[in-house]
Design a protein around this ligand. Structure first.
Ligand SMILES: [Zn+2]
Ligand SMILES: [Zn+2]
Length: 176
């Protein structure tokens, strides 16, 4: 009535875990553990280096850059992950470029779209402000063309442009 169970066969052997424990104490296993630890260490240091490079491009404050690096170093992997979540979204170069663009745009608007005297809307080719009658550009005394301040003569009729003193007087008289 008692038939031998399939498990009985394995229980008869000396020690089923013997081979496994032999493996764990073998030098091969130690070599594998060392290799895995080595790769984890390399990955950790690479993440610290990456944090340093990335933080330098995104953070202006050297103290905050230092804190990011120390965090990545002290808390392996987790530190770099936390840095990735909390880091500024933009590179410093992009921020600077955008600020320069905004400033240049404001300057252009200030030069072309707004009267320096009253702030009213003006067109680039206006020679005087229609709101406050302020003289915006010099005009040629002969042909009345608008002149740029740096021109030495009128490019349309070759008449010499007013001297610096005459310009100051003209602008003063018209704007007052
Ligand atoms: Zn004006
Ligand atoms: Zn002219």
């Amino acid at each position: 009535m008692t038939t031998s169970l399939p498990l009985a066969a394995s229980s008869n052997s000396d020690n089923p875990l013997g081979g496994v424990s032999d493996f764990f104490s073998s030098s091969t296993f130690h070599a594998i553990v060392l290799l895995v630890l080595f790769f984890i260490g390399v990955l950790w240091l690479a993440l610290v280096f990456w944090t340093y490079k990335d933080a330098k491009r995104r953070i202006d404050d050297p103290v905050l850059v230092g804190v990011s690096i120390v965090t990545a170093l002290v808390f392996p992997f987790v530190g770099a992950l936390v840095y990735t979540i909390l880091r500024p979204p933009e590179y410093l170069d992009d921020v600077r470029e955008r600020e320069l663009e905004i400033r240049a745009m404001e300057r252009r608007l200030g030069e072309e779209g707004m009267c320096p005297g009253c702030g009213g809307d003006i067109e680039p080719d206006f020679i005087a402000c229609p709101h406050c009658a302020r003289r915006l550009k010099l005009t040629c005394s002969r042909c009345r063309s608008a002149l740029k301040p740096e021109w030495r003569l009128c490019p349309y009729c070759e008449a010499p442009t007013p001297t610096q003193q005459q310009r100051t007087m003209t602008l003063y008289e018209t704007s007052s």
